[in-house]
Write a protein that binds this ligand. Structure first.
Ligand SMILES: [Zn+2]
Length: 312
């Protein structure tokens, strides 16, 4: 069974949190037919509150494993990309939730190495990879000029448990990608994009906090590091006591196993529900146009966007 969902989020069950992090939600209420996503396009409709519909997403296991497509990009070598994404995930997972060093969040993300497969997809009855792939030659999603990255997530619509996450980086848009600590004029900061998309992989939607890494509109450099709002998010979901906060209440993490669901493979597996079409239900893109307040931040504001799909 599967459902599609697109976009947005909600925060821990309340929308009264006017400025703050949001969790990605399934977007489907109990009596909604399969495929319903009340959160689709939420960012365009409502910038100041999280989508309240459905259940928040989470990873049950204490560990997630990801891979990079082995060709990386004409602009960014595999070894550079490996460094950038390792740091991006670590920026989230190294977070401590108090001054106590033992208060580290209870989610770890491990690099499983380069893979052949660069296809966004999820195989519901065979091995998978959570892949990060650069798109050098084309961008097949909406708004190729203004979209910098897209993360597609699969999850169980009945619980919100995440099964798979694939990330695409737009290396086709006109601005060059940079990994330098001093950003060249006109370039886009890949580490900022990576850290933002890593937040989507972990189950977060866009935040209304303008200084947050999870704010929808791109900001060079400062998205590399978490704001207090992002820290509140990761600490609020993947608690140091090993519990995740789910719609059903606290849930103890499974012991660390970064193997993708149903096993790991470097190859694209045909059949099942893998492939660009994913889960046999068309994906639903939603773009986040920069909210008015973001327009003043930078004339170069670029939109970060992601897409969600679900299968179980
Ligand atoms: Zn985003």
């Amino acid at each position: 069974m599967l459902v599609i969902v697109a976009l947005a989020g909600a925060m821990l069950g309340r929308i009264s949190h006017a400025h703050g992090f949001c969790r990605t939600m399934t977007g489907r209420e109990a009596n909604d037919p399969p495929g319903t996503n009340r959160c689709a396009g939420w960012n365009e409709r409502e910038q100041r509150a999280c989508c309240p519909h459905g259940k928040p997403l989470y990873w049950k296991n204490a560990c997630i494993g990801y891979s990079l497509q082995k060709d990386a990009s004409r602009q960014v070598s595999l070894s550079d990309a490996e460094r950038v994404f390792a740091r991006a995930f670590e920026t989230w997972t190294k977070t401590t939730c108090s001054t106590d060093a033992a208060s580290r969040v209870s989610i770890q993300v491990s690099y499983l190495g380069p893979v052949e497969c660069g296809t966004v997809g999820y195989n519901s009855d065979g091995p998978n990879q959570n892949v990060i792939v650069f798109r050098d030659g084309s961008w097949d999603h909406m708004d190729a000029t203004n979209t910098l990255g897209l993360t597609t997530v699969r999850y169980d619509p009945s619980t919100g448990e995440m099964f798979d996450a694939d990330m695409e980086i737009n290396a086709y848009q006109r601005r060059p990608l940079s990994i330098a600590d001093s950003l060249p004029s006109g370039a886009v900061d890949l580490p900022s994009i990576a850290t933002h998309e890593a937040g989507h992989v972990l189950g977060f939607a866009h935040s209304s906090a303008e200084d947050a890494t999870m704010f929808a509109a791109y900001r060079a450099m400062t998205m590399r590091d978490l704001s207090s709002d992002d820290t509140s998010g990761i600490c609020g979901v993947y608690k140091p006591d090993q519990n995740r906060v789910t719609a059903a209440g606290p849930l103890l993490a499974d012991a660390c196993d970064p193997t993708p669901r149903h096993g790991y493979t470097s190859a694209c597996v045909s059949g099942g529900s893998s492939g660009g079409g994913g889960c046999s239900v068309p994906g639903d893109d939603s773009s986040q146009t920069p909210p008015p307040l973001a327009l003043g931040l930078s004339a170069l504001s670029l939109v970060l966007l992601r897409r969600l799909r679900t299968c179980d």
